[in-house]
Design a protein around this ligand. Sequence first.
Ligand SMILES: C[S@@+](CC[C@H](N)C(=O)[O-])C[C@H]1O[C@@H](n2cnc3c(N)ncnc32)[C@H](O)[C@@H]1O
Length: 259
Amino acid sequence: MPQVLGWNDFVDTEAQEEYRRLHLLERIFDPFTFRNLDRFGLRTGSRCLEVGAGAGSVARHLAELAGPEQVTATDVSLAFLTPLTELGIQVRQHDVTTDGPPGEFDLIHARFVLDHLRDREAVLARMASWLRPGGWLFIESASTLPELSSRQATRRSMETLSRVMTEQVGTHTTWARQLPLPLERAGLLDCDTEGQMLPARGGSPLASWLKATTKLVEAHAVDTGLITRHELEEAYELYESPDFLDYSWLTIAAWGRRP
Ligand SMILES: C[S@@+](CC[C@H](N)C(=O)[O-])C[C@H]1O[C@@H](n2cnc3c(N)ncnc32)[C@H](O)[C@@H]1O
């Protein structure tokens, strides 16, 4: 049984390359996140928590909606979050799996965080317990769909990405497809979901991000014989070619309200 490292021992969370990858992620996925945030009636004074805030764009957006002093942004790594403190946002180093409540909130959001945590449903219940009565938990998780990939090389590279993330990080690459059931199990009301599947056209931000994310697992995947360097190079070329089009990354936004 391979050893599971967890996200922060697997990814260099302080590297400039990781900053660029997170920044690209924000560019691709923020519009969907921001549209869904409109559901929750946030206004000046709403208390908001952004869990696993990454490079901070969602916390910044919450600050515009609710006021910076109402927003807490947490992460195990604060490498890219210190600029938020200048805006008046509270930034806290905090492990969502073990640390105590960072407060009580009207909205708690986490994007692409629970997927990587082994005890994701227990963590979801922890977050739900930090909500004020009537407050909303809004999570976003992803499912890889290599079987839908249009080309053999990209199918193989995405299968490899999913497998290494599962074995090394503890990621669940299809848990998102159970949503909203885990939110209902946590006792939340009015649970619902919406999915988004963007085209990964060669050269697009999504294709570039899939390539950058595959690069995280490249050394391990090649060294352990899961895929050849030649196959990966073929997938990388497709991710850069304007003739290539793929639908293989599903994002599910899911929410529920504390009674
Ligand atoms: C894939 S990144 C997503 C970043 C950000 N949520 C976004 O979507 O832009 C996952 C983030 O979760 C953070 N993270 C991982 N494990 C965590 C934990 N146990 N507690 C809090 N944050 C964690 C990582 O440091 C990283 O910033």
